[in-house]
Design a protein around this ligand. Structure first.
Ligand code: AMP
Ligand code: MG
Length: 393
C-alpha cells in the first residue's frame, strides 16, 4: 500500500498534457489559458475623463474663475480642438480629454450661464483624468497557465483578445460497474440501487473544466466490462467506479490487465478510498475508483481534480488545504490517512457525524474534509487541523 502523496505522484506521471485549442472569448470562462496572450491596444487609449464636468487648464482653476465653453466631448465623441486660455470643454465620463486640458472640474462645482461657467467650489483638487495606459499598455501580457475567471475574461476582452488559446477540455469516460446498479429515473428491482457515483463525479469534473461522459453501466461479467471499456476509446482519461476490490465480482483489475493495462499502483493508505488503482490502458490513463459513493467522491477531490488540473497545464499540486480550529474533539486516527466529512463554519470545523463511506446524505451536508495523517493522535477542541474545502461551501 502506498501513501496518498505517492499515489498522487503516480497520477501526475500519467497526466499527459492536453493539446491547445483556440476558442472564442465567449467560451473561455473556466478554461485554462495555455499560451501567453498580449494586449493589442492600450487601455484607456487616451487620457480619459473619469467624471462629468468641464475640462480646463488646472493652473487657471481658481475659485470664482470663469471659462468660456467652446465645445463638448462625450464618450465615443472626442473634441478635436486645442483648448486656449480661459476656455473649457463640456466633458462626460469616458470621453477623451482635449489637448490643452489637464483637469476636469466636476459639474457640481461650477455654475453655468449660457456659454460661461464659474468655479464655485475648489475643494476637489483631483485631476479626474485617467491617463492613457493606466490599466494596461499594448503588449502587456496575460501569462499562461491560468484558470480564466470572469474577471480575466473581462480583461481579455479589454485587451482585444477575441480568440483565446486554452487547454483542450479533458474528456473523461466514467464507467459504473455493478449488476445492482440502475440509472436514476429507471425502475430498480428490489435488490438494485441507483448509480449515483457517475453523476456526482461528472458534476465535479465538469465544474473543473473537464467534459465528463457517462458510459453505460458495465455489468459484473467480463464481456460487459470489456465492451464498456472499449466504448471509452478516445477519452483522455478513463475512470471506472467499483469492482476494484478483490471480491468474486470485482473484475476491473483482471479485465483491464487482460486488455493490456500497465498498472502504476493498487491500494492507497487512506480512508475512504483504499482500493484505488491507476495505470495506462493502451496509452490512455485509467483510474479505478472504489465503488462506495463517498469513497468515489473523496477520491475525485483528492486525486482526480489535481490530475485533471495537471492535464490542463496547471501546476501538479495536491488539493489545496487550509487550517481550521476544531470545535469538537476527534479520536485518534489509525494507520491510514483519513479524509473526514466535516462542516466548516467561519474559522471552525467539526466532523459531520457518521463517517461510513456509503453515506451520501452526510457528504451532501458536509462542506469540507478534515485531513488526518496516519496515526494522528486524538485532537482536542481548539486544536488546528488541515482541511480541504469542498466546492459546495
Ligand atoms: P464495489 O467496489 O463494486 O464492491 O462497490 C462497493 C459498494 O459501492 C457497493 O455497495 C456498490 O453497490 C456501491 N456502488 C458501486 N458503484 C456504485 C455507483 N456507481 N453508484 C452507487 N453505488 C455504487
Ligand atoms: Mg461492484
Amino acid at each position: 500500500m502506498i501513501s496518498v502523496a505517492e499515489a498522487l505522484d503516480h497520477l501526475f506521471a500519467l497526466a499527459d498534457p492536453l493539446p491547445v485549442e483556440t476558442v472564442d472569448l465567449r467560451a473561455a470562462a473556466g478554461r485554462v489559458l495555455a499560451q501567453d496572450v498580449f494586449a493589442t491596444r492600450t487601455q484607456p487609449p487616451f487620457d480619459a475623463s473619469s467624471m462629468d464636468g468641464y475640462a480646463l487648464k488646472s493652473v487657471e482653476a481658481d475659485l470664482h474663475a470663469q471659462f468660456k465653453v467652446v465645445g463638448e466631448a462625450a464618450a465615443g465623441h472626442g473634441w478635436d480642438g486645442t483648448l486656449g486660455a480661459g476656455q473649457t470643454v463640456r466633458i462626460f465620463t469616458g470621453a477623451p480629454v482635449p489637448a490643452g486640458a489637464d483637469r476636469v472640474v466636476i459639474q457640481e462645482n461650477v455654475t453655468r450661464t449660457g456659454d460661461l461657467i464659474t468655479i464655485t467650489d475648489d475643494s476637489d483638487t483631483k485631476s479626474n483624468i485617467r491617463p492613457a495606459g493606466i490599466d494596461f499598455f499594448e503588449g502587456t501580457d496575460m501569462s499562461a497557465p491560468r484558470r480564466l475567471y470572469p474577471g480575466d475574461v473581462a480583461l481579455l476582452a479589454s485587451m482585444n483578445v477575441a480568440r483565446v488559446p486554452v487547454a483542450k477540455r479533458p474528456v473523461v469516460a466514467l464507467i459504473s460497474t455493478g449488476d445492482e446498479l440502475v440509472m436514476p429515473g429507471e425502475d430498480p428491482a428490489p435488490d438494485q440501487i441507483m448509480a449515483s457515483n457517475t453523476f456526482g463525479l461528472a458534476a465535479k469534473l465538469d465544474a473543473l473544466g473537464a467534459e465528463a461522459r457517462i458510459l453505460p453501466i458495465a455489468r459484473d461479467n467480463v464481456a460487459s466490462l470489456r465492451t464498456v471499456l472499449g466504448l471509452a476509446r478516445g477519452a483522455d482519461l478513463v475512470v471506472t467506479i467499483g469492482g476494484a476490490s478483490v471480491g468474486d465480482h470485482d473484475l476491473v483489475a483482471g479485465v483491464s490487465a487482460e486488455m493490456g493495462m500497465d498498472q502504476s499502483f493498487y491500494k492507497v493508505a487512506m480512508r475512504p478510498g483504499k482500493p484505488l488503482m491507476a495505470g495506462r490502458l493502451n496509452g490512455t490513463p485509467m483510474v479505478g475508483l472504489p465503488g462506495n459513493p463517498v469513497s468515489a467522491m473523496v477520491c475525485g477531490t483528492v486525486f482526480l481534480a489535481p490530475m485533471l488540473r495537471a492535464m490542463m497545464g496547471l501546476p501538479a499540486t495536491p488539493a489545496p488545504q487550509v487550517r481550521r480550529t476544531l470545535s469538537a474533539p476527534l479520536g485518534a486516527n489509525g494507520p491510514r490517512a483519513h479524509y473526514m466529512r466535516a462542516i466548516v463554519q467561519g474559522d471552525s470545523v467539526a466532523d459531520a457525524g457518521a463517517q461510513d463511506s456509503s453515506l451520501l446524505s452526510v457528504l451532501a451536508c458536509a462542506n469540507a474534509l478534515i485531513v488526518r495523517p496516519p496515526h494522528d493522535p486524538a485532537r482536542a477542541t481548539g486544536e488546528v487541523v488541515d482541511v480541504i474545502l469542498l466546492d459546495n461551501s
